[in-house]
Design a protein around this ligand. Sequence first.
Ligand code: SF4
Length: 311
Amino acid sequence: MKVGLIDVDGHNYPNLALMKLSAWHKAKGDTVEWWWSDLFQFDLVYMAKVFSDAYTKDAPEPMNAERVIKGGTGYAITLENGVEVYHAERDLPLAPEIEHIYPDYSLYPELTKETAFGFLTRGCPRGCAFCHVAGKEGRASKKVANLSEFWSGQRNVTIMDPNILACKDREDLLAQLVASAAYVDFNQGLDIRLIDNDVTALLGKMRVKCLHFAWDNPAEDLEPFFAKFSERYARKDRRTKVVYVLTNFGSTQEEDLHRIYTLRRLGFDPYVMIYNKQEAPRETRLLQRWCNNRVIFNTVPDFRNYDEKLG
Ligand code: SF4
């Protein structure tokens, strides 16, 4: 069988579902390649889309395929009154024998040359209003794999789990990451509220270039948690601790600035994320430009003095 793949979001980030589908088809003896034109006939083409239409427009279906299968969270989200709504019935989970296969990293040779990607857990108990994880994966964080399922000695490993620290097996999983001696990136952020002394100690032993956290809801006072972590985490290099700050989801600019200034004072690097950016107020987009440009952020510490001509 000849199988074609379309990464609708582009090729800037590896699509794990496509890598697993490719590995599964190749194991069956099928030919797998990127779909790139209508010239050649395919038996089956997969179109995968992670992001909603607000970020990635859908691509036209290929005309030269016997069958087209579209899947991914991006096809299950609609934008209703400026808010993304997830429709579980439109999502298409992978079959277990595909979900747990070692991914075909050769699809993205540049992005995965020295980096493994995968999930050790799925789900999150928090159910934040702007997030689709609870609807898609459930309101509990559960172990779904050991590291060896998608890592085989690469120098770096990117863990895409929504909330690994909410999983009861977290210490086992963190210990696996420590033992790998790979550089670990938790790219969805660690839940600062769930970090205790044992987790801090394991993170202290782990090779990391950057730890990611989030402070999304200004109504939650996370300052004590960040302060405690800052005190206890052995590595004092502030560049290794980035905190996503969600804006344009019901927060005022005063609340946005409070989170940004508090995090900076505690030795973290705030990084502004904008919900529904197309419809965000100009002030919020300026705030993002000021905060996320490290040179400007460090040389103009007060947002009131930011001049957009700077960049
Ligand atoms: S804590 Fe993170 S993963 Fe969990 S619901 Fe909130 S945003 Fe989603």
